[in-house]
Design a binder for this molecule. Structure first.
Ligand SMILES: Cc1ncc(C[n+]2csc(CCOP(=O)(O)OP(=O)(O)O)c2C)c(N)n1
Ligand code: SF4
Ligand SMILES: [Mg+2]
Length: 296
């Protein structure tokens, strides 16, 4: 039997107030296994702002600075400056924010932190909508997904715009490291967190984070849906290290309909719409392979 490389020590206690099957719980668990307890988190308004529990309880073994929704980039900049002023060098500063708090309202602060090469790791857990406030559409909601702010009418019951490409946006800032991670591939996830920790400057991690109530699926499907996202090439696992792209799990090339059909948020899509998503996924995957072979 192959021995796992994942550290045994846990940095999350039981008692998270997340929903059953919450993918964001696993994102935090694997992230902290990679980073260890000399970590401080800056968390804005999002599900994870409430998931640690009610004071004086906290299901995390690390301290948290709560900030306003739009301010994670400023939070990590302030924390880093404070630790530097005190001469504390061994603390990893981490921004941990949802997709809405990252690709929409927090993008300006994140861009500033990236441009200043703030020495911190920024993690976006991406459940593809504003879940904490009731499944509203975000810039990271994919084309075709139902949300509560895309309701009503034959043509308006799903999002009609594509998902923002946050990895491309971050790469355009010339940051030293960016990676995608999945809760279905914990070894790959933990290794990338460890690598990010070993580097300097602004490092970015994009974690797909299944959300049973928002994705309209059974809580027991969290890991399966995350695995299908990788296997269908819909959410490829790769890293961009010093400008060089490397795919870390190739996936099986499973038809994308297998990923879509277990989620109620896509149940209204007809065959031609599923085909069009497949075509987009295939094109993006071909581009990624080309970029890898060109070392770009
Ligand atoms: C300026 C501001 N606008 C709106 C809100 C309300 N609000 C709190 S959490 C949240 C949704 C966060 O979405 P996301 O960042 O995707 O995290 P998730 O809830 O999905 O975990 C919203 C809209 C707020 N706290 N502050
Ligand atoms: S709404 Fe979704 S992201 Fe938020 S706690 Fe529940 S499962 Fe997790
Ligand atoms: Mg979200």
């Amino acid at each position: 039997m192959t021995k796992t490389t994942i550290p045994e020590e846990e940095f999350t206690y039981p008692g998270s107030t997340g929903c059953p099957g919450c993918g964001a719980n696993l994102v935090m668990r694997y992230l902290l296994k990679g980073l260890g307890d000399r970590t401080v988190l800056s968390i804005p308004a999002c599900c994870w702002a409430v998931m640690p529990g009610y004071w004086p309880s906290n299901c995390l073994k690390v301290p948290i600075l709560y900030t306003a929704f739009e301010a994670t980039g400023a939070g990590i900049s302030g924390l880093r400056a404070a630790y530097d002023a005190k001469g504390v060098k061994d603390v990893t500063v981490v921004g941990f924010a949802g997709d809405g708090g990252t690709v929409d309202i927090g993008l300006q602060a994140l861009s500033g932190a990236a441009e200043r090469q703030t020495d911190a790791i920024y993690v976006m857990y991406d459940n593809e909508a504003y879940m904490n406030t009731g499944i509203q559409r975000s810039g990271a909601t994919p084309w075709g997904a139902w949300t509560t702010t895309t309701p009503g009418g034959a043509t308006k019951n799903y999002k009609h715009e594509p998902k923002k490409d946050i990895m491309a946006i971050m790469q355009a800032h010339g940051i030293p490291y960016a990676a995608t991670v999945s809760v279905a591939h914990p070894e790959d996830f933990v290794k990338k967190a460890q690598k990010a920790k070993s580097l300097k400057g602004l490092r970015f991690i994009h974690a797909l984070s299944p959300c049973p109530p928002g994705w309209r699926m059974s809580p027991q499907l969290t890991v399966e849906v995350a695995r299908l996202a990788v296997d269908t090439h819909l959410f490829p696992l790769y890293e961009i290290d010093d400008g060089r792209l490397r795919i870390t799990r190739k996936g099986k090339g499973t038809p994308v309909k297998e990923y879509l059909k277990i989620q109620g948020r896509f149940s209204h899509l007809d065959e031609s719409q599923v085909d069009s998503i497949q075509k987009t996924v295939d094109e993006r995957w071909a581009k990624l392979l080309k970029r890898e072979s060109e070392g770009a």
